[in-house]
Design a protein. Structure first.
Lengths: 227, 93
């Protein structure tokens, strides 16, 4: 049994390996990009919109309201990054209904890459919002003693973000694989449904935590403005 | 018992203990968090959006400790470095 789709190698040339994680990631990118292109090809502002356009509108506006409720002032700025994170994790767990598919988020390399992009995005938006000095000052927020602890928390939450997504996705795939050998007919289907639910919840949690971290990095400026 | 059997036995036993003990505290904590959230939902249904969002984020935070122990036991069973070392030694001979 494979612990992660990394170990399933399709093609190899020297040090370059094309494993199942990369292949399914490309597949998801293709599906999402083509789907978005096809839906937005003839976009309408009338009352009668097509079904797919309505679906996309619901997704985008709900992501936007969620970002707004976390406390970020102008959600359009963050919609691109956070929405992409949410949609990628959600689609990669939604596609588990296809037999023989293993989600790329069930591999530690994908989740670490996603968490690292959050790790970079937090100071990026923080500097963009309040300048380098203002952002660096937020590390010494209550007192100067807190600097090492703030840095540790920055690193440990990145680790937690990646391990959480990896553990949830991997455990779902693992439970289904184990159940297939014990009770092959009905029960794995139930667990697959549960896996779809946890996948959606994890996608929500991943993007909302990223939004919370970004909000924490950009907020102190707004506080001072009020006072 | 030779070394190979010893490593296998200890890995399996510890893997079971890691998940079982490591899940006790998060389970209690999650139960407490959900119970409190339900209480406040019953008192203030208007604040349901905020309470639900905070509950989900908090549950994810609490749950990650259980996930850590699960990952550790999965490593012990499926990707055990000591076991791979012993197998590599046996293959080398």
């Amino acid at each position: 049994m494979n612990l992660s789709p990394d170990q399933e190698i399709f093609w190899q040339h020297g040090v370059f390996k094309l494993n199942a994680t990369i292949a399914t990631t490309w597949l998801i990118m293709l599906v999402m990009a083509l789907g978005a292109k096809l839906i937005t090809r003839k976009i309408e502002a009338e009352i009668a919109v097509s079904r797919w356009q309505a679906l996309l509108e619901i997704v985008v506006t709900s992501i936007k309201t969620q970002i707004e409720e976390v406390g970020l002032k102008n959600p359009r700025e963050y919609l691109v990054f956070l929405g992409t994170l949410f949609l990628f994790v959600a689609v990669s767990s939604l596609l588990t209904i296809i037999p023989g598919y293993s989600p790329p988020t069930g591999s530690l390399s994908t989740t670490v890459a996603l968490a690292l992009s959050v790790f970079i995005a937090v100071p990026f938006y923080g500097v963009l919002e309040q300048g380098i000095g203002g952002y660096l000052k937020s590390y010494a927020e209550p007192t100067i003693i807190m600097v090492p602890f703030n840095i540790i928390s920055e690193i440990s939450r990145t680790l937690a973000l990646s391990i959480r997504l990896f553990g949830n996705m991997m455990s779902g795939a693992m439970i289904i694989a184990i159940l297939l050998t014990i009770t092959p007919f009905v029960f794995p289907v139930v667990m697959t449904v549960l896996g779809l639910l946890t996948g959606m919840v994890q996608a929500y949690i991943f993007s909302i935590l990223a939004a919370v971290y970004i909000a924490a990095a950009t907020r102190s400026q707004n506080h001072k403005k009020k006072e | 018992m030779d070394n190979t059997t010893l490593i296998a036995t200890i890995s399996i036993v510890i893997a079971g203990f890691t998940t079982s003990i490591g899940c006790i505290a998060p389970a209690l904590a999650e139960g407490k968090a959900v119970a409190t959230a339900l209480n406040s939902l019953a008192q203030q249904p208007d604040a349901s959006a905020t309470i639900t969002r905070t509950l989900f984020v908090g549950l994810a935070m609490i749950e990650s400790t259980a996930i850590y122990s699960f990952v550790v036991s999965m490593i012990l069973i499926f990707a055990n470095p000591f076991w791979s070392y012993v197998v590599a030694q046996a293959n080398g001979k």
